[in-house]
Write a protein of this length. Structure first.
Length: 132
């Protein structure tokens, strides 16, 4: 099991909300009724992606990518400033361009899907002990 990511160069956390408009009937202030294309908004599942670059060290992350291994938890720890927990992640892309005489850098992208149900915090792909 992994204890920490080593040799990190860059870290990028991306959260994209997939909202969908819902058409519906709306009543105006003057009691007029209109059909609106965007009467309400439905929240879809968010895409939570962690992009990392790090100095290449071994085949650990390539092997996980190739096998489609699920990473149950990655915690971004900010010390006394709190942490972010990312659950049920899969490495969706991995690259290691080779160049003579230079540093070899791994670039990987991990997508988090969450697990469980609405009664369990692990149902969320991302959770934190502070407000985002």
């Amino acid at each position: 099991s992994m204890a920490a990511f080593t040799n990190l160069k860059t870290v990028s956390l991306k959260i994209a909300n997939n909202n969908t408009s819902i058409a519906g009937k709306a009543t105006g202030d003057d009691s007029s009724v209109k059909w609106l294309l965007n009467n309400a908004i439905s929240r879809g599942k968010a895409d939570v992606t962690l992009d990392l670059t790090m100095t290449a060290e071994d085949e650990t992350y390539y092997d996980m990518y190739h096998a489609g291994t699920t990473i149950p938890l990655i915690r971004l720890d900010f010390g006394s400033h709190g942490s972010i927990a990312l659950t049920n992640g899969t490495i969706t892309s991995f690259s290691r361009p080779l160049a003579p005489g230079g540093e070899i850098v791994d670039t990987l992208s991990i997508k988090f899907r969450g697990a469980g149900d609405y009664n369990n915090f692990s149902s969320y792909a991302i959770s934190a002990d502070w407000t985002l």
